[in-house]
Design a protein around this ligand. Structure first.
Ligand SMILES: C[S@@+](CC[C@H](N)C(=O)[O-])C[C@H]1O[C@@H](n2cnc3c(N)ncnc32)[C@H](O)[C@@H]1O
Length: 219
């Protein structure tokens, strides 16, 4: 079901090609989770996701793609939904599983590559992407968009919360509204319903960084 294979030999990327972000930093994503919390790992769910959930935005089986240490996924699961969180960072997944055990929340966490989600062999009604899309460069986006579509039920919903390019103090991978819309609409697999201004909390922004919250429907 998942790609939980542990390291392939000494390959820190476990047999997958490194992402543009990993090539840029020279480090696998997993390294971000060793030796203290990563800049985005704020220890609580993102307010934008809590708000979405309180309005009934999550339904059916839920996938959190690039779940990190799982705060958003755990929040949604705590409301009684069936949630799978996936990530390439085994250290983050281990932390997420420990949180679930400590809090008594039923949830699954598995290693999987967001470019190969069809390997999960299951589909989801709602997919959450909090801070993953914006880490991909323009060349990677079409493959990601197709991969997420392969596991999203027809008429299912994808939420993307990503850094925006508007205003001062933007996050490290700012995306324009037009780029975000084009990435999904270009595929013919998705219909971007709505893009709202929001904030993403980080450990370095007092009041969060400017963000887009996109609601995207699988055709
Ligand atoms: C900016 S962090 C956001 C983590 C989490 N969603 C949160 O809000 O705290 C991006 C996450 O995406 C994961 N990631 C990056 N590329 C990935 C890929 N190809 N497949 C799955 N996860 C990936 C990273 O390991 C990291 O945990």
């Amino acid at each position: 079901m998942s790609e939980r294979s542990g390291a392939v030999g000494n390959d820190p990327f476990n047999g997958r090609p490194p992402t543009s972000h990993e090539r840029l930093t020279g480090l696998p994503w997993d390294a971000s989770y060793r030796g203290g919390p990563a800049p985005w790992d704020v220890g609580r769910p993102q307010p934008a996701i809590v708000r979405l959930a309180s309005k009934g935005g999550f339904a059916g089986a839920v996938l959190d793609a690039g779940c990190g240490t799982g705060e958003n996924a755990l929040h949604v699961a705590s409301l009684g939904l069936s949630v799978l969180g996936v990530d390439v960072a085994e250290t983050a997944l281990a932390i997420a599983r420990q949180k679930a055990a400590d809090r008594g929340i039923e949830i699954e966490f598995a290693a999987a590559d967001a470019f190969q989600l069809q390997r999960l062999g299951r589909t989801f009604t709602t997919v959450l992407d909090c801070g993953l899309f914006h880490t991909f460069d323009r060349d990677e986006r079409p493959r990601y968009v197709e991969s997420v579509a392969s596991v999203t039920e027809h008429h299912g919903t994808l939420y993307v919360l990503c850094f925006s390019d508007e205003g001062p103090d933007t996050g490290p991978h700012p995306v324009s509204e037009a780029e975000l819309r084009a990435a999904f609409n270009a595929s013919k697999l998705w219909n971007v319903l709505d893009i709202e201004r929001d904030r993403v909390q980080t450990r370095f922004h007092d009041d969060g960084a400017p963000a887009w919250l996109a609601t995207i429907k699988r055709i």
